[in-house]
Ligand binder design. Structure first.
Ligand SMILES: O=C[C@H](O)[C@H](O)[C@H](O)COP(=O)(O)O
Length: 226
């Protein structure tokens, strides 16, 4: 296992320490969450009673393979704890997510969680968000026009495509634009501006949604608390 994956595994294992029997968990998406799921699978094998709400088809497939019981978001019930990765993390606990295209379900689950723990290796920490292209999910209808609206806000918007040139389609049947607004001085404002555009479903800016971040460093997992 290379060093970055060792860090991902370390934070995945550490996040599992926050899990208690009886919890309903939000299961985030991505290569770091993969290691969290593997650890959870050990707990389930040992008899721990938990269930998870997956935030992507990929996570659901991994959870099924690992024997983790799945459920859905139910009315009036909050997820006890959600664990998810991130593409960028700033010092104010704001995030860019969606590099793998899963931001919408992740945000719905995070918004319904009593607590969101973000797990990431140290390469994800930045002073200011924005070097990583900001994913923005839009409805397919009129998407070229929606991209124009996004560009009018002062950024670039490049449709995410597959290797064969076809549009990447999210688990929700939508398209994604990877946007460049340079370094983002006010992520909350940019998020609000993008959300006000007709046809924009959600942005990869997660503003003030977490107060616990686990960072994998060479010799330790650093627990950042707000
Ligand atoms: O759409 C993908 C998700 O937001 C992931 O949580 C994020 O991209 C981080 O993924 P990874 O742990 O693979 O870097």
């Amino acid at each position: 296992m290379d060093q970055v994956n060792q860090l991902k595994k370390a934070v995945g294992d550490k996040a599992a320490e926050f899990v208690e029997s009886g919890m309903t968990l939000g299961l985030g998406s991505g290569s770091t969450v993969y290691y969290f799921l593997k650890k959870l699978a050990e707990f389930v094998k040992d008899g721990m009673k938990i269930q998870g709400v997956p935030t992507s088809f990929q996570t659901a497939a991994w959870a099924k393979k690992f024997g983790i019981p799945l459920t859905h978001l139910a009315s009036g019930k909050r997820v006890d704890l959600a664990v998810d990765g991130a593409d960028e993390i700033d010092p104010h606990f704001n995030l860019i997510k969606g590099g793998g295209g899963c931001l919408l379900r992740e945000k719905i689950v995070a918004a319904n969680a009593k607590c969101l723990i973000i797990i990431a290796d140290e390469t994800k920490q930045v002073a200011t968000l924005g070097k990583f292209g900001l994913p923005v999910e839009v409805v397919p209808f009129g998407s070229e026009i929606i991209a124009d609206y996004i560009r009018d806000l002062g950024g670039t918007a490049k449709m995410r495509t597959l290797e064969n040139g076809d549009p990447f389609v999210s688990d929700n049947g939508n398209y994604l634009f990877d946007c460049d607004f340079g370094l983002i001085d006010d992520p909350g404002q940019l998020h609000n501006e993008l959300k006000s555009l007709v046809g924009v479903v959600e942005t990869g800016l997660f503003i003030q949604m977490t107060d616990t971040i686990l960072i994998g460093k060479e010799n330790e997992v650093k627990v950042l608390k707000k």
